[in-house]
Design a protein around this ligand. Structure first.
Ligand SMILES: Cc1ncc(COP(=O)(O)O)c(C=O)c1O
Length: 422
């Protein structure tokens, strides 16, 4: 990116989201009438996935009732109360209403969490592949501590990797279900990680050094495959509570990416500076969505029913994808069984068949030849040319998936036959 002398070093060094750049080019192709399945963005097409009507009705009612003035910076008291009761009900996480701070999506509270904890030069550890952490390292002038996942670890960072770097870490951010891989931490994996953090914090306490804080991003927590349970760190290890900040949002769980409501749950004594920061940023959600969500999150049963139905619709798409991709193994296509979220990690090991060297060449070939638009793991910080990609199902119907897989199968067969006839 070219530098502009009028801007700060931070602004000059800021990278544009690679996912959004790919998605923009795909939108352009679709608008030109090309047949492309948009497996790229972590967004939902409202024609495929709808937000609960109780939420949309509540928004309209609130506007009609004149709820158009400033909300309090931390969020409406009734919303903080219903979100805290939901977090306790669903995840055994009890921060009380004062430990909940809302923002306009998960991003502002994520940004606020980093600002709350990091000094320039502090270590920010995160798995790779993962969503957007490398941008936040830059924004906070932090030291990047990437922990590279492998297919064997389901692309999740492990306790032993964390232990190796623990003395450099101030903030450890974990995401489960993980964007981009659709994999989830299991109870024992999370427990071992928490034990590493707690051991280190015991040492730091005695040496008067700031502790490691675990930021747990669980925006896809309600979306799990039928045989998988989402685990919160306090469920695996209750002693981690004072060192944990949890991030959540309706963006994914209620498929309301454009409604902009997220929240942070943290020990309530840490809340005041976050409330001030969200206030200074003006990053609070609009009052009508706060009113409507306060009502919805008090109705645990309605929410559970909505999540069940949503999980079924996701599972249907994942099942078709897995069946269709399984049949492509002979061409070098492999995937990791999806456990949660809306993503499937797939390896298109087409380097030989296509005689190419990079993921980017494979991505372009899949897009141009098969109309399959996907995102390489490089967009999530995993730089190696390994053929791994994220497939997102948020904007496609089951028929779209079948049609895309027909095109893909045909294109792979032709490329394979050509490579083997040469
Ligand atoms: C893991 C993860 N965290 C946070 C976010 C941001 O969510 P929001 O749209 O609520 O800001 C995303 C969005 O894709 C995500 O994948």
């Amino acid at each position: 990116m070219s530098r502009d002398w009028r801007l700060s070093d931070m602004a000059n060094g800021m990278e544009r989201s690679r996912i959004l750049s790919i998605a923009a080019s795909v939108r352009e192709m679709i608008s030109q009438g090309k047949e492309v399945a948009p497996f790229t963005v972590g967004d939902f097409s409202p024609s495929q996935f709808d937000v609960p009507t109780i939420l949309t009705d509540g928004i309209i009612e609130s506007i009609e009732a004149g709820e158009t003035n400033y909300p309090p910076a931390a969020g409406l008291p009734e919303l903080r109360a219903s979100l805290s009761s939901w977090m306790k009900h669903r995840y055994d996480l009890d921060v009380g209403p004062n430990g909940i701070i809302v923002g306009s999506g998960a991003r502002p509270v994520l940004y606020a969490a980093f600002r709350l904890l990091l000094e320039p030069g502090d270590g920010l550890a995160h798995g790779v592949p993962a969503w957007n952490n490398h941008y936040y390292v830059h924004l906070n002038d932090a030291i990047d501590i990437p922990l590279a996942g492998t297919r064997e670890s389901r692309f999740l960072p492990t306790a032993s990797q964390i232990k190796e770097r623990i003395n450099e870490i101030r903030v450890l951010i974990l995401n489960s279900p993980l964007n981009p891989t659709g994999t989830c931490f299991r109870f024992d994996e999370l427990q071992s990680i928490c034990e590493v953090v707690l051991d280190e914090n015991k040492r730091r306490f005695s040496e008067n050094i700031k502790p490691v804080i675990l930021v747990y991003d669980q925006v896809y927590s309600t979306m799990t495959a039928p045989d998988v349970e989402h685990i919160h760190p306090v469920q695996a290890c209750p002693e981690i509570y004072p060192y944990t900040i949890t991030l959540d949002a309706i963006s994914k769980s209620l498929t309301g990416t454009g409604l902009r409501l997220g929240w942070m749950a943290l020990p309530p004594e840490l809340s005041p500076p976050v409330v001030a920061l969200i206030g200074h940023m003006g990053a609070w959600p609009a009052r009508p969505i706060q009113k409507a969500a306060a009502n919805l999150y008090a109705k645990h049963e309605s929410l559970e029913l909505y999540f069940e139905d949503l999980d079924e619709r996701i599972a249907k798409r994942m099942s078709i994808l897995q069946n269709r991709l399984s049949a492509l193994e002979k061409y070098g296509v492999h995937f990791v069984k999806p456990e949660g979220g809306i993503y499937l990690s797939t390896q298109f090991d087409l380097f030989e068949i296509l005689a190419v060297k990079t993921n980017e060449e494979i991505r372009k070939w899949l897009l141009d030849t098969a109309g399959v638009a996907i995102v390489p793991f490089q967009a999530f910080g995993l730089e190696e040319e390994s053929g791994w990609f994220r497939i997102s199902i948020g904007a496609v119907s089951t028929a779209d998936i079948d049609a895309a897989m027909d095109r893909l199968e045909g294109a792979l067969k032709s490329a394979y036959d050509y490579a083997h006839s040469a």
